[in-house]
Design a protein around this ligand. Structure first.
Ligand code: DGL
Length: 286
């Protein structure tokens, strides 16, 4: 039986989930938060659903070992690949995933054209297709995969000329198509809001789902009487790559510097997967 004071685990392929973490902390300041950045495996956007599922299983196991009372997949790409699998494994564990804000965007658009910036993995998923079928029948949705943006943000770059040029090459076609509502369908992209605000006309709405995810977490915890009552411990951070690399971008992407620990158990898990794949190849491919 989880306790109210237990932490909540939040994960992303890298630093993108920090945009969601900030919303959770704003809404639920009493919650103690654990953050795993899977920086050793970023970007998820160009990887197979199976690969991402394995990573999410591993990280979910890590949060459970830490005694987490709930988990937030602060990543659209991880959600489409892994949320169903995790829910099946842990049916009684509160789990919050995220999806591009198609429903609110379809309700908000006046031009009838909505643009979605997201990863290739999210846009190609059956879950995203189902989201469009459900909520976007009456509007035109123009999608735009954005390879390269995540890598710039992971490096702490929110302002360079190269980034501006890349972002513009993704946004301009959506504006040319008549979009008056832009969905940020990847948790890395809210960090580009200041640059986007310079790039798009003032009457174009820019929507992300970080705050909605925080509200959903609040609902799930409240329904189980698991909302923390006492003030939180400071956020604890882990990275599956060099912890120093994450630490060096925290002052830009998070409110402050903080210690970052290496994500444990990774080697054991990956060694196992490596040998399983090797024995599969030996048996069937040689
Ligand atoms: N931040 C992630 C998302 O919301 C994925 C970025 C990536 O690793 O490609 O989709």
């Amino acid at each position: 039986m989880a306790e109210r004071s237990a932490p909540v685990g939040v994960m992303d392929s890298g630093v993108g989930g920090l945009s969601v973490l900030a919303e959770i902390q704003r809404l639920l300041p009493n919650e103690s938060l654990l953050y795993v950045a899977d920086c050793g495996h970023v970007p998820y956007g160009e990887k197979s659903p199976d690969y991402i599922r394995q990573r999410c299983r591993h990280i979910a196991g890590f949060f459970r070992d830490q005694g987490a009372k709930a988990m937030v997949l602060a990543c659209n790409t991880a959600t489409v690949a892994a949320v169903a699998d995790l829910r099946e494994r842990y049916p009684d564990w509160p789990l919050v995933g995220m999806e591009p804000a198609v429903k609110p965007a379809a309700a908000a658009t006046r031009s009838g054209v909505v643009g979605v910036l997201a990863t290739t993995g999210t846009l190609q998923s059956a879950k995203f297709a189902a989201l469009l079928d459900r909520f976007a029948c009456d509007v035109r949705v123009v999608t735009q995969p954005c390879p390269g943006l995540v890598e710039r943000i992971e490096a702490g770059d929110l302002t360079s000329a190269h980034l501006r040029q890349l972002l513009c090459s993704y946004v301009q076609p959506l504006l040319d198509a008549g979009c008056d509502t832009l969905i940020l369908g990847c948790t890395h992209y809210p960090f580009l809001r200041p640059m986007l605000a310079d790039m798009v006309p003032a009457d174009v709405a820019i929507i992300d789902t970080g705050a909605a995810v925080a509200r959903q977490l609040e609902r799930l915890l409240a329904a189980r009487s698991l909302l923390a009552a006492a003030p939180a411990r400071p956020v604890r951070f882990w990275s599956s790559a060099d912890p120093q690399a994450l630490r060096s971008v925290l002052p830009t992407l998070w409110q402050a510097d903080a210690a970052v620990l290496p994500l444990a158990l990774k080697k054991k898990c990956e060694k196992l997967r490596f040998f399983t794949e090797l024995s599969f190849q030996r048996r069937f491919l040689c």
